[in-house]
Design a protein around this ligand. Structure first.
Ligand SMILES: *Cc1c(COP(=O)(O)O)cnc(C)c1O
Length: 860
C-alpha cells in the first residue's frame, strides 16, 4: 500500500536545546563547517546516515539521545557559543552598512536556488549562481529579499539503467522536513497569495521562508487545500511540464512573488524593496504586477512603466536562443485580457512589451529588457554577444551602444572551497575570502603544504568516487562479486581531470570521445597516465542529451579503461563540491560563445585546480596565458564535425604535451614544482576576481544603487517626476520624425591631417517640434573599417551655437585626431533628459542620411 499523503512529524527539542533548532533553521550552516561539526556531534552515526541533512538529523535522532545532550553541560555550552556566533553574524554591520544612499532593500527573483544539497530546488548554473548571490549578500550585509517557488518534487535525481541510459526519480519533498518556516499573518493564520486566472479560476499559494544567513528567501507553494488538483500541481517540478504549466509557474513567481513580498514586509514591518532584480525572463511578470499597483494608485500606464523601469534590473543569463523564454501571444492575451483583464492595465500594452521579430510570440527576455532601465549579461563576452543578439530592440544603434552591460559571475568561496584550504587560508590569510586583497599571501604557504592539501583533496575524491561507483553499479544490477575492480578504480596519485555540467548540446559532453583511441592512450599512458571523472544531468525531455550520457557511460564501462574514466550519477551540489575540490584540472569545452559565463571552473580555481578550457564566458576574460590552458577554438570553421575534430585534437595535444608533462615533472623530493607555480599563479590571479563578494559589490555599486537613485527620483512628490518623464518621452517619440542631421562640415581639415591635430565640426540640425534641451548632439569619431563603418567610436558632445526660429540649430565642437590610420567621424542626435540612463534608452537616433566626413587619407 502507498500512503495517500506524507508529512513529517517534527521533533520537539528539549527546551535546553532550543538554540539548536534555531541553528538548523538558518541555512548559514551550509557554509559554516563549525556548525556542521556541532550537528555531527548530536549523533555521528545518524549524521552520516541522513547524508549531513540537519533537519533529517533532528527527525531521526533518538529522544533518549536528545535528553542526554540536554544534560550535557559541555555540549550546551557549544550550542550556546554557536548560537551567539550566529546572532553576531546576523546583526553586526558589514560592508554594505558603510555605504551612504544604498537601497533600503532589494528584491531578487529567480526560478531556482541552489543553497544546499538538502534543499534540491535547482537544476544547474542559474540556481547555483542565485544561491551564491544570496550567500554573498548575507556575508556583506546586502539587504536582499529573495523570491522563488517551492517545487514539491524539486529537480530529479539521476541514476543509470544497465545500458547506461539516464533514469529520473522525483523525490517527494515535504516542507516540514526542510529548513523552512511558513509565513504567517500577525494573527497566526498562514499568508495566502492569490493570482487570478481566466474563467474565474484563482491560483492560491502559501509562502515558505528559508533563512539564508541574513537573507530571507520566500518560496511560493501552490500545494494548498483551496486549490483544485491541477492548481496544486503548479509548483510540482522545476522545469517540468509544457507551456501552460510553465506560464502558470511564471505567473505565480512574478505576480505572486511581488504579493508575497508585500505580505512579508507588512507582517514583519520590513522595509519595502526599492530595486527589483529579475534573473532571466522567467520572473518578468513582476514588472506587470508593479505597474498594476501603481496604476491602481492613479498613475497612467506610461507613468507607471517609467516608475517601474527605473527600479528594475534585468540580468540575461544565456546566449542560446532555445534558452530564451517565449509564449504564444494568445496565451498572454487570454491571461491578461477578457474577463481576467486588470482594469487599469490594457492587454495591448502588455502584448507590446513582449513583442519580438516573430509575430504571435511573446518573448519574456524582450519584456525583461523593456521593463528594466538597467540590463546586464554575466561576463564581458556574454555582454558583447547579448548586445548583438538583442540589437533588434534598439534599431539604428550600433551594437556597442546597445544598453546591455555585464557583470561577471562569481562563486561563494565558503560554500565551494575545501575545508582544509579554508583553514589554511584562515591561518595564513585571515581576510582572503572576505576581501579581494591579500591573495599574494598565497606565496607564503610552503610548496609542501600546498601539495599536501591537493593530495588530500584528490584522495578524498577518489574514495568518494569509488563509493558512488559501487552504488551506481549495484543499482544497475551488478552483483557485489563482480565489483572487486572498483577497489582499484581511480588512483589517488594520478593526474585527475574533472568534467561536470548539465548536458545541453553546446557543452559537448562527448567531445573527448572524438578520437577514442587517442583518449585511450592518454588514459593508459604508463609514464604519465590521466584519469577523468565525469558527471552531469540531461534535461528529462532531452533525448539527445541522454544519448550523449549513454555514449560516455558505455566508453567508461569498457574493461580496459574503467579504472581511469568514470561517470558518477546524480550531479548535485554535494558531488560538485567533491569534484571541484579534488580535481587537478577542470575541463570545459563549450561551443564558443554559447557559455554565458560558467562558474564551475571558478570553484576549481579557488581550490587550486587548473582550468583547461575553450576561451568562452569567464575564461575568455581572465585567462592570462599562464593561469591554466586555453583550448584553441575553431569557431570560424563552419562544418560542425570538422570543428569538433579540430578542437578535440587540440585538447588531446594539450593534455598530452602540456598538462601531463607538467604534472609529472617532479623534483627530487617528489614535488611538481612547475605545477605548484601554476597553482599559485591561479590562486593569486583569479582568487580575488572569481569571488561572489566581488560580484555582489559590482551589482550594488554598478546597478542596485543607481537603480534605487532613479527610482527615488521618479517617485518623489507623489510620482510627479514620473508623470513628467512619461509625458516627455511621449512628446519626443511623436516629434522625432522631424529631427534630422541636415549638414555637417569640418572647418579645418587640411590635405594631410596629422595625429595630434584636431578638427572643428559644425552640424546643422532640424529640431522639428523639439527644443535644444530635449536632445543631445554628438560627434562620433575614431577608426573606420573597410566599409566605412566606425569601429568602437568615441563620442564628444557638440554645443549649441545658434538657434533659428525655423526649428533649425547649429551645433559645434572639436574632436581630437588621436589615432593614426583610417579615421572617420559622423554626427548623431539622441534624446536627452536628466532621467535617461543611456543614450539608447528611447531607441531613437538621427544620423546623416549620407555618410559624412570620411578622411580617406591616412593619418600619420
Ligand atoms: C557550479 C555548478 C553548476 C554550474 O556550473 P557551470 O560551470 O556553469 O556548468 C551546475 N551544477 C552544479 C551542481 C554546480 O555546482
Amino acid at each position: 500500500m502507498r500512503a495517500i499523503r506524507r508529512f513529517t512529524v517534527r521533533t520537539v527539542l528539549p527546551p535546553e536545546l532550543a538554540p539548536l533548532g534555531e541553528l538548523v533553521h538558518n541555512l548559514r550552516w551550509s557554509w559554516h563547517p563549525e556548525t556542521l561539526d556541532l550537528f555531527a556531534e548530536v549523533d555521528p552515526a545518524t549524521w552520516e546516515r541522513v547524508g549531513h541533512d540537519p533537519v533529517a538529523l533532528l527527525g531521526a535522532v533518538e529522544a533518549s539521545r536528545l535528553r542526554e545532550l540536554a544534560a550535557d553541560r559541555r555540549f550546551l555550552r557549544r550550542v550556546a557559543d554557536a548560537a551567539d556566533d550566529l546572532h553576531e553574524y546576523m546583526t553586526a554591520p558589514r560592508w554594505y552598512q558603510t555605504l551612504a544612499e544604498a537601497p533600503r532593500a532589494i528584491a531578487y527573483f529567480s526560478p531556482e536556488y541552489g543553497i544546499a544539497a538538502a534543499l534540491p530546488q535547482y537544476s544547474g548554473g542559474l540556481g547555483i549562481l542565485a544561491g551564491d548571490h544570496l550567500k554573498a549578500a548575507s556575508d556583506l550585509g546586502v539587504p536582499i529579499l529573495a523570491v522563488g517557488l517551492l517545487y514539491r518534487h524539486g529537480y530529479f535525481t539521476q541514476s543509470l539503467s544497465p545500458e547506461g541510459w539516464q533514469l529520473e526519480h522525483y523525490p517527494s519533498l515535504d516542507p516540514g522536513g526542510l529548513p523552512l518556516t511558513l509565513l504567517k499573518e500577525r494573527d497566526g493564520t498562514p499568508v495566502r497569495v492569490t493570482v487570478s486566472l481566466p474563467e474565474q479560476r484563482p491560483l492560491h499559494a502559501q509562502v515558505w521562508v528559508a533563512q539564508v544567513g541574513r537573507v530571507p528567501l520566500l518560496l511560493l507553494d501552490s500545494d494548498v487545500a483551496e486549490n483544485d488538483n491541477a492548481a496544486r500541481d503548479v509548483t510540482d517540478r522545476l522545469y517540468g511540464g509544457g507551456t501552460d504549466h510553465r506560464l502558470l509557474q511564471e505567473l505565480l513567481l512574478g505576480i505572486g512573488g511581488v504579493r508575497a513580498i508585500r505580505a512579508y514586509c507588512r507582517v514583519g514591518d520590513h522595509p519595502e524593496p526599492e530595486v527589483f532584480h529579475t534573473n532571466e525572463g522567467h520572473a518578468g511578470f513582476l514588472g506587470l504586477e508593479r505597474i498594476r499597483e501603481l496604476t491602481e494608485a492613479r498613475l497612467s500606464f506610461d507613468e507607471a512603466l517609467e516608475a517601474v523601469r527605473a527600479g528594475t534590473v534585468f540580468t540575461t543569463h544565456t546566449p542560446v536562443p532555445a534558452g530564451i523564454d517565449r509564449f504564444p501571444a494568445e496565451m498572454i492575451a487570454r491571461q491578461f485580457g477578457g474577463d481576467n483583464a486588470w482594469p487599469t492595465v490594457p492587454v495591448e500594452r502588455i502584448l507590446e512589451l513582449g513583442a519580438e521579430d516573430e509575430p504571435g510570440k511573446f518573448n519574456m527576455a524582450a519584456m525583461g529588457m523593456r521593463l528594466a532601465q538597467r540590463v546586464n549579461g554575466v561576463s564581458e563576452l556574454h555582454g558583447e554577444v547579448s548586445r548583438e543578439m538583442f540589437r533588434g530592440l534598439w534599431p539604428g544603434f550600433d551594437a556597442d551602444d546597445i544598453p546591455i552591460g555585464s557583470i561577471t559571475n562569481g562563486v561563494h568561496a565558503p560554500t565551494w572551497v575545501g575545508r582544509e584550504i579554508m583553514e589554511l587560508a584562515g591561518r595564513e590569510l585571515p581576510t582572503l575570502v572576505e576581501r579581494a586583497q591579500g591573495w599574494e599571501g598565497v606565496n607564503k604557504i610552503s610548496d609542501v603544504d600546498v601539495w599536501g592539501i591537493r593530495n588530500r583533496l584528490r584522495a578524498r575524491l577518489v574514495n568518494a568516487a569509488r563509493e558512488r561507483l559501487r552504488r551506481s553499479w549495484l543499482a544497475r544490477g551488478a552483483s557485489r562479486a563482480e565489483l572487486g575492480w572498483i577497489e582499484d578504480a581511480l588512483d589517488p596519485n594520478v593526474l585527475t581531470i574533472g568534467f561536470a555540467r548539465r548536458v545541453p548540446s553546446y557543452k559537448r559532453l562527448t567531445l573527448m570521445l572524438n578520437d577514442q583511441e587517442r583518449l585511450r592512450e592518454l588514459l593508459l599512458n604508463p609514464e604519465k597516465p590521466v584519469q577523468i571523472v565525469i558527471a552531469g544531468k540531461a534535461h528529462p525531455a532531452d533525448e539527445g542529451g541522454k544519448k550523449l550520457i549513454q555514449q560516455i557511460v558505455r566508453f567508461a564501462d569498457s574493461e580496459d579503461v574503467r579504472h581511469r574514466i568514470v561517470f558518477l550519477p546524480d550531479y548535485d551540489m554535494a558531488l560538485g563540491q567533491l569534484l571541484v575540490q579534488g580535481c587537478d584540472v577542470w575541463m570545459n569545452n563549450p561551443l564558443r560563445p554559447l557559455e554565458a559565463c560558467g562558474t564551475s571552473g571558478m570553484k576549481a580555481a579557488l581550490n587550486g585546480g587548473l582550468n583547461l578550457s575553450i576561451r568562452d564566458g569567464w575564461w575568455d576574460e581572465w585567462f592570462d596565458g599562464t593561469n591554466g590552458w586555453a583550448v584553441p577554438t575553431a569557431d570560424g570553421v563552419a562544418d560542425p564535425d570538422r570543428r569538433d575534430e579540430l578542437e578535440a585534437h587540440a585538447l588531446y595535444d594539450l593534455i598530452d604535451h602540456e598538462v601531463a608533462d607538467r604534472f609529472y615533472d617532479r623534483a627530487s623530493d617528489g614535488l611538481p614544482l612547475r605545477w605548484l607555480e601554476m597553482v599559485r599563479h591561479t590562486l593569486t590571479s583569479l582568487g580575488p576576481k572569481v569571488l561572489a563578494g566581488r560580484m555582489l559589490r559590482d551589482y550594488v555599486i554598478g546597478l542596485y544603487a543607481p537603480a534605487a537613485g532613479s527610482a527615488r527620483a521618479l517617485s518623489a512628490d507623489g510620482y510627479e517626476p514620473a508623470r513628467h518623464f512619461a509625458a516627455w518621452k511621449l512628446r519626443v517619440h511623436q516629434a522625432w520624425p522631424g529631427v534630422r542631421v541636415e549638414h555637417v562640415e569640418a572647418t579645418n581639415l587640411g590635405d594631410t591631417p596629422e595625429v595630434g591635430a584636431s578638427l572643428e565640426l559644425r552640424a546643422a540640425i532640424a529640431l522639428g517640434e523639439l527644443q535644444p534641451s530635449d536632445i543631445r548632439v554628438q560627434a562620433a569619431y575614431g577608426l573606420v573599417g573597410q566599409h566605412d563603418e566606425m569601429v568602437g567610436p568615441s563620442y564628444a558632445d557638440l554645443t549649441l551655437e545658434t538657434e533659428a526660429d525655423d526649428g533649425k540649430a547649429v551645433y559645434s565642437g572639436t574632436i581630437p585626431l588621436d589615432r593614426t590610420g583610417s579615421f572617420g567621424y559622423t554626427v548623431r542626435v539622441v534624446p536627452d533628459h536628466p532621467l535617461v540612463a543611456t543614450p539608447a534608452e528611447l531607441g531613437l537616433i538621427a544620423v546623416p542620411e549620407e555618410p559624412v566626413g570620411m578622411t580617406n587619407g591616412t593619418l600619420r
